[in-house]
Ligand binder design. Structure first.
Ligand code: CP
Ligand code: NVA
Length: 307
């Protein structure tokens, strides 16, 4: 089987995502019914974390175990990666001992270099630039609630970060539109994230304008991991970018609210929105498990069923 990595959202095409979503539904059903499904017996996943995590670690570790395999947690703090062993050497060694590797790190370039020297599939568990596993789960969640995402409008309010960049890549693949609203100085950089056109997004200086008539409103923390020194400055710059009830009311009547979590209530989102009726954040978090199980099955075994 040809070696396949999942480093950016556009590493897979729409037809592959549609296959993965079908598998996610099937795998979720088996899991909920306590039906044993162990296609990854004797397979091992190494998970390398250079940043904190709750959902990503748990969904990969539980997911691997539920599929019959084993997951090993490695932190850069207590491996030789944290003491300067070259990424290339680490990739060569680790990929001789396990079947698949997930990495959460800072620069995307580090992940790319690792993958270039790996013998086994590498999955992006978040970099400063992208979070493809999360957007895969988010789009699956949207489709579960609303059906096809093509032609829909997603409003992104807040920091133009790894989540926003990945939504923008996904818009080209699934043919939807992203309305981005961020403060001055936090503009979208289409070349840097490899967008092939500017047709799939529009930018708005006013978040209320961005949200109008959207089908989904989504946001994320104002300060992502690795940018903590900017926290106080960002609180000032993003003060008008809180998704509150008034903002949410401008979206379509049946619009959803998503947040990849962890959330800061009272900063990027008001309590009444994240804990209100439009919010699907708990299903969104749970779907990390089902979609990543489908992804791991696909990267290791290819298509196991025609859908
Ligand atoms: N959403 C997400 O990736 O959460 P963690 O940082 O907890 O993994
Ligand atoms: N943008 C956030 C996402 C955390 C899951 C961060 O990078 O910290």
């Amino acid at each position: 089987m040809q070696l396949k990595h999942f480093l950016q959202f556009n590493d897979l095409c729409r037809e592959e995502y549609e296959y993965l979503f079908e598998r996610s539904r099937w795998i979720r059903e088996a899991f909920k019914q306590y039906r044993k499904y162990s296609p990854l017996v004797d397979r091992t996943l190494a998970m390398i974390f250079d940043k904190n995590s709750t959902r990503t670690r748990l969904s990969f570790e539980a997911g691997m175990s539920q599929l019959g395999g084993t997951a090993i947690y490695l932190s850069t703090r207590d491996t030789q990666l944290g003491r300067g062993e070259p990424v290339e050497d680490s990739a060569r060694v680790i990929s001789r001992m396990v079947d698949m590797i997930m990495i959460r790190t800072h620069q995307h370039e580090t992940l790319r270099r690792f993958a270039e020297h790996s013998r086994v599939p590498v999955i992006n568990g978040l970099t400063d630039e992208y979070h493809p596993c999360q957007i895969m789960a988010d789009i699956f969640t949207f489709i579960e609630y609303k059906g096809d995402i093509a032609g829909k409008t997603i409003a992104w309010v807040g920091d133009v970060n790894n989540m926003c960049n990945t939504w923008l890549q996904a818009a080209e693949i699934f043919d939807f539109k992203v309305h981005v609203s961020a403060p001055p100085g936090y503009e979208v950089n289409p070349e840097q994230i490899g967008l092939s056109s500017t047709d799939y997004f529009e930018t708005f200086s006013c978040p209320h304008e961005a949200v109008k008539k959207s089908d989904l409103v989504t946001t994320d923390v104002w300060t992502s991991m690795g940018f903590e020194s900017e926290t106080e400055q960002r609180k000032i710059e993003f003060a008008d970018f809180c998704v509150d009830q008034e903002m949410m009311a401008l979206a379509n009547d049946d619009a959803l609210f998503m947040h990849c979590l962890p959330a800061h209530r009272g900063e990027e989102v008001a309590t009444e929105v994240i804990d209100g009726p439009c919010s699907v954040v708990w299903d969104e978090a749970e779907n990390r498990l089902h979609t990543q199980k489908a992804l791991m099955e696909y990267l290791l075994l290819g298509k196991v069923k025609e859908v």
